[in-house]
Write a protein that binds this ligand. Sequence first.
Ligand SMILES: *[C@@H]1O[C@H](CO)[C@@H](O)[C@H](O)[C@H]1NC(C)=O
Length: 147
Amino acid sequence: MKALNILIMLALLMALTITNLSATPSDDEPLFVHNDGDEDRSQDEPTSVGFTSRFLAQKPRGPMTCDRYPRVCRAAGSAGPDCCKKRCVNVKTDWFNCGMCGKKCRYSEICCKGKCVNPMSNRLHCGGCNNSCNKGSKCLYGMCSYA
Ligand SMILES: *[C@@H]1O[C@H](CO)[C@@H](O)[C@H](O)[C@H]1NC(C)=O
């Protein structure tokens, strides 16, 4: 998230700089031709503010979605490091994107380490991910038991 903030700050700074540069040249701009004398100065500020807010208003229209900025999924607070359909997920555990985007598990299955498994009978994920049964033990109805 820190890198993101810095990027946004940089973008803002650049926008402000551009605004100031375009606002400083004296009254050659056609916008101000019909204003005479002292009015120009007061007219300057609202224009640059308008430009900046228009720039800011464009941000939501071009959101930082992971399809365009894959790095957002690795930022702190992300739901996962992988990007599926503009959303950050973890394909190791995501039931809708298990192992890869769009790979949905069956209703009886859960997603463990990127694989759809049935926790009722899977020896390595018995009753839940990573709950492996001992040698000679079977997974029955989600519990390790001796046959
Ligand atoms: C299962 O094990 C893997 C690798 O050892 C680990 O990354 C993952 O967090 C574990 N999952 C759970 C639910 O404990």
